[in-house]
Write a protein that binds this ligand. Structure first.
Ligand SMILES: [Zn+2]
Length: 275
């Protein structure tokens, strides 16, 4: 250390986590005043990236399946040396159950191994250039029909799946906007997801937009925040037009409503929509 005057409390604050108390399915912002390269929460390791102020930043996802409790996030330097640690409390979080009524031919749709591989590769890629900036903007203006983390039943049968994104109400044909700048990695139809665009925003943040009727971008394109990437549809495993979109943080789906403020459609009777 070059710093001659150092108090224990100052060194304890080399790295901070925000918020320090968090629900399942949310994102923790990691920030260090020093060039940390990785942060570890149990067996989950994420990268931190150098910032212009000489510090470093990263994003730690808390999965829906994580166990609530008190933890320490440990920060490391490039050589693996321990730099700092910060306390994190994961609160118990309840997710409701939701039944979705699907026509038999829609329920029967399944992902192919190629589909799964394409999506896994997208999730596992973390790129160095940060294109995104706070705040993200909503892709469509509609209210939230189905929140993140809901345990899904299809025609009354448990699926073992959680709702890994949110559904926003929207008529078919409405433009879908990129929530932040980034590089288009996927723009193609899938059996279950329908017409899909996946964008890598850099430094661990990725978004996906599903069930679209028409796609306006190609893989490799650099899109600006707010750019129209396609139109709302009901393609794939959907029982009506809506926009399902996803935020992945370092490969883990997290709650988009922590990133973008959106109103719930509430008690208003809505046709439940799906994945
Ligand atoms: Zn959905």
């Amino acid at each position: 250390m070059l710093c001659a005057i150092s108090t224990p409390s100052a060194s304890a604050q080399k790295c901070t986590v925000k918020p320090a108390i968090i629900s399942l399915g949310q994102t923790v912002r990691l920030s260090c005043a020093v060039p940390a390269t990785t942060a570890k929460l149990n067996d989950r390791t994420v990268r931190l990236f150098p910032q212009s102020n000489g510090g470093s930043q990263g994003l730690m996802p808390i999965a829906v399946a994580d166990t609530p409790g008190a933890y320490e996030i440990k920060f490391q330097a490039e050589d693996g040396a321990a730099l700092a640690s910060a306390k994190l409390t994961i609160r118990p979080t309840k997710f409701p159950t939701q039944n979705v009524v699907l026509a038999p031919q829609i329920e029967a749709l399944h992902s192919t191994p190629e589909d799964i591989q394409t999506l896994t590769e997208f999730r596992n890629t973390v790129s160095d250039i940060k294109y995104w900036e706070d705040p993200l903007t909503a892709p469509v203006p509609g209210c939230v029909l189905s929140p993140f983390g809901v345990k899904r039943l299809h025609n009354g049968k448990p699926t073992g799946e959680i709702h890994a994104g949110i559904d926003q109400r929207s008529p078919a044909g409405r433009p879908v906007h990129a929530v932040a700048a980034g590089t288009v990695k996927i723009a193609q139809p899938f059996a279950v997801l329908g017409g899909t665009v996946a964008i890598d925003h850099g430094q661990g943040l990725e978004t996906m937009y599903l069930h679209m009727s028409k796609l306006l971008v190609e893989p490799g394109a650099l899109v600006k925040k707010g750019e129209v990437i396609g139109y709302v549809g009901a393609t794939g495993r959907a029982n009506g037009p809506h926009l399902h979109w996803v935020v992945d943080v370092n490969g883990v789906p997290v709650n988009p409503q922590q990133w973008v403020a959106l109103k719930s459609c509430g008690a208003e009777k809505a046709k439940p929509s799906t994945k």
